[in-house]
Design a protein around this ligand. Structure first.
Ligand code: GLA
Length: 695
């Protein structure tokens, strides 16, 4: 419920309250466990320190229009020819209610020009989550924006402030990091034009004592797939403010009369239940409010690691036959099916079917795959081009480039300037042709294998808008394709997990979290991923990884499957080499996964134990109805005197009676949760899946 009383906006959610003042510079009074928000008036008054700090409440500003005073990061800063200062006055507010969501919009108007800012709170009371954003509407003279943030939130005073966030790199994405705030600013960001592999736009903040099961956690995710920034500022007065939005770096945006711009949404929330509750809340929220649809995820086969660029009708058919025999439901061909694409050096941008590889076109393979009872999917990378391609030879000025030098090549490719209408049209046209002529393509893996560089179209006035326009056009293209082809599911991939965020996930059904498909490395990547993103989104393939790289690792197939079954199971191994026996073994695991996938993809996830803290890694999933439970356990760092680890399930009904598969006796939930289960794990790379059913 949203109310406004005695100059206080009070947002009451299921378990939490969010309270801030009205006025021209609203500031955050309280955010946390539910209380009587309307009583908080006694905390509101002028706070000043000296002529150097005349208004400490500004340190807790809810938005932050730069009006010539604010010592902290501000949310909006603009330039008019005659002034750089805004003078925003609060006008009015509206509350809109729809199912599961209430929207509060505060309107501010600049005193000297018809510029209106709508500060928007999309409240999801069931989830204790608020989506924060701002829309700027210009009805007057041209104004240049040089800083555009979605929102700021203030954290109540704590003894300590620990920021938990994901950091990594290509093939090592989503690793959990902790940072304790001292006075000053701490920023995580992307300047690479995509969401980036180095940081993910998400955070959890606590007092250093929260764990998986308990503790107050404030969290947030920015829904933006371009240059972004989340800054945590702790002041000498112990105010802590988190501010997120489009990065200030190399950014400016010109808003002409009649134009408007809406920031990305920064989704923030609060829980008293520790990191575990945070993740479960986010997973359920994403499934319900962010992802385009609720659809049981199909088991896919992707031929990338088996054939690399050598995608040929005949050999793909062979793979397809074997995949179908194993129970795969979706057969996906990856890079290499088009143009003169025989390696990453050429052909990208030439989106015609390579006739040497597919003499009878794609249709032949698609029909074959359909006849085997599988769906068909395909890989594309529409934003990039190899210099060695017809597209580039015909349109060298369609890529980002500064006038005075050749653009940087990475993976032998350049990036197309999506803000050019011709480029947007080209992408829409070839995708429409591909999906229109082949109605049986029901899955697209959309890749992007280079960071944006040389972001220029030769116009110093408007070049700094291109970072933003790239992302905006990308979203427009995805929205258009989704509406033209509602039966097609999309996967977001960017050289692994460099484009995973709540912005692209409004259009994508799932994502590829990392090119690292080693089942052991994946445990850490998947753990970090699971902090903020639902298992339904997380594709995980069983591959040959780490068999062939010269370093022999022991990864039994059971271990590989258990690791990949924790999300959206896929197969990426070279199954053409497999014996009948191995194919059967794979078929067995795939059948098992189909039985549990509803529980894994849409259930409540509990991280029971982590390799970061113990030799046991264990993750549990409880189906939405509580009837079916799956626990994956893995063992690592085994030594001679090790004690066999026990696993303690969570989320069961204490008085409910459960049957653990393979055990004779039936046990109460309380018994299982308190006394635990012997894992029976014998040593490194041993794993076991438990199935428990409520009787
Ligand atoms: C990226 C992806 C891989 C694969 C290759 C193809 O690296 O992450 O899965 O699609 O591109 O070139």
């Amino acid at each position: 419920m949203i109310s406004y009383e005695k100059n206080l906006f009070i947002i009451e959610m299921k378990h939490s309250s969010y309270v801030f003042t009205g006025g021209d510079t609203p500031w955050g009074v309280y955010w946390g466990e539910k209380l009587y928000g309307e009583e908080l008036g006694y905390l509101v008054g002028k706070r000043e320190h000296s002529s150097f700090d005349p208004d400490l409440n500004r340190h807790r500003e809810e938005y932050g229009f730069w009006d010539s005073y604010n010592p902290l990061e501000s949310c909006l800063k603009v330039n008019y020819p005659a002034t750089r200062q805004l003078d925003m006055k609060f006008q009015d507010y509206t509350v809109q209610t729809e199912e599961g969501k209430e929207t509060l919009t505060l309107r501010f108007r600049n005193s000297y020009s018809p510029l209106t800012a709508e500060v928007i709170y999309e409240v999801y009371p069931e989830f204790d989550i608020i989506g924060r954003s701002m829309r700027l509407v210009n009805e007057g003279d041209t104004v240049v924006i040089e800083n555009l943030k979605s929102a700021a939130v203030s954290i109540p005073h704590q003894d300590k402030y620990r920021v938990r966030y994901l950091s990594g790199r290509w093939t090592g994405e989503s690793h959990i990091n902790d940072h304790y705030l001292t006075n000053g600013a701490f920023t995580i960001q992307s300047r690479t034009g995509n969401t980036g592999p180095h940081f993910n736009p998400a955070f959890a903040l606590d007092n250093g004592k929260a764990d998986e099961k308990s503790g107050n956690v404030w969290f947030g995710l920015l829904g933006y797939s371009g240059n972004w920034q989340i800054t945590f500022e702790r002041t000498t007065f112990q105010d802590v403010r988190v501010l997120g939005g489009i990065s200030n770096f190399d950014f400016s945006y010109t808003l002409k009369a009649g134009e408007s711009i809406r920031t990305p949404v920064m989704t923030v929330g609060f829980t008293t239940g520790g990191y575990g509750a945070m993740s479960r809340t986010l997973h359920a929220f994403e499934n319900r409010h962010i992802l385009p649809a609720r659809k049981t995820g199909r088991v896919l086969y992707n031929s990338w690691e088996a054939t690399l660029f050598d995608v040929r009708a005949e050999s793909q058919k062979e793979l397809a036959k074997r995949a179908a025999g194993m129970g795969v439901e979706l057969f996906v061909i990856d890079d290499g099916w088009f143009g003169q694409r025989h390696s990453d050096k050429a052909g990208l941008g030439d989106w015609y079917v390579n006739r040497d590889k597919f003499p009878r076109g794609l249709g032949e393979l698609i029909t074959y795959v359909k006849e085997l009872g599988m769906d068909f999917g395909i890989w594309v990378e529409p934003e990039s081009v190899n210099p060695d391609s017809d597209l580039y030879r015909n349109h060298p000025n369609w890529v980002y480039r500064f006038e005075n030098r050749e653009p940087l090549e990475a993976r032998n490719q350049y990036t197309l300037n999506l803000s050019k209408p011709e480029v947007k049209q080209l992408i829409l046209d070839f995708m429409t042709k591909l999906l229109g002529e082949n109605r049986d393509i029901t899955f697209v893996k959309w890749d992007m294998n280079k960071t944006l560089t040389d972001v220029s179209a030769g116009n110093t006035e408007t070049d700094k808008e291109l970072w933003y326009r790239h992302v905006k056009t990308l979203y427009e293209i995805w929205a258009e394709l989704r509406s033209r082809f509602p039966h097609v599911e999309f996967e977001t991939c960017s050289g692994g997990g460099s484009r995973v965020d709540l912005g692209i996930l409004r259009y994508a059904d799932q994502c590829w979290p990392s090119d690292n498909t080693d089942a052991y490395s994946r445990l850490a990547i998947q753990e970090g991923f699971s902090y903020f993103y639902a298992p339904r989104i997380m594709t995980a393939w069983v591959t040959d990884a780490s068999d062939g790289d010269g370093r022999k690792y022991e990864r039994p197939y059971s271990y590989r499957f258990h690791s990949s079954m924790m999300g959206m199971l896929g197969i990426g191994a070279d199954i053409s080499r497999f014996s009948e026996e191995t194919l059967e073994e794979f078929a067995g695991y795939i059948a098992e996964y189909k039985e549990i996938r509803e529980t894994v993809q849409y259930g409540q996830q509990y991280r029971l134990s982590s390799l970061r803290e113990s030799p046991l890694h264990a993750v549990e999933y409880v189906r939405e109805d509580g009837e079916d439970i799956v626990i994956f356990t893995f063992h690592q760092g085994f030594c001679h005197d090790a004690v066999e680890p026990r696993v303690y399930p969570e989320g069961l009904e204490p008085d409910g009676v459960y049957q653990v598969e393979g055990m004779e006796e039936k046990l109460h939930g309380s018994t299982l949760m308190k006394a635990g289960l012997e894992t029976g794990l014998g040593g490194d790379f041993d794993s076991r899946m438990f199935r428990i059913r409520r009787v």
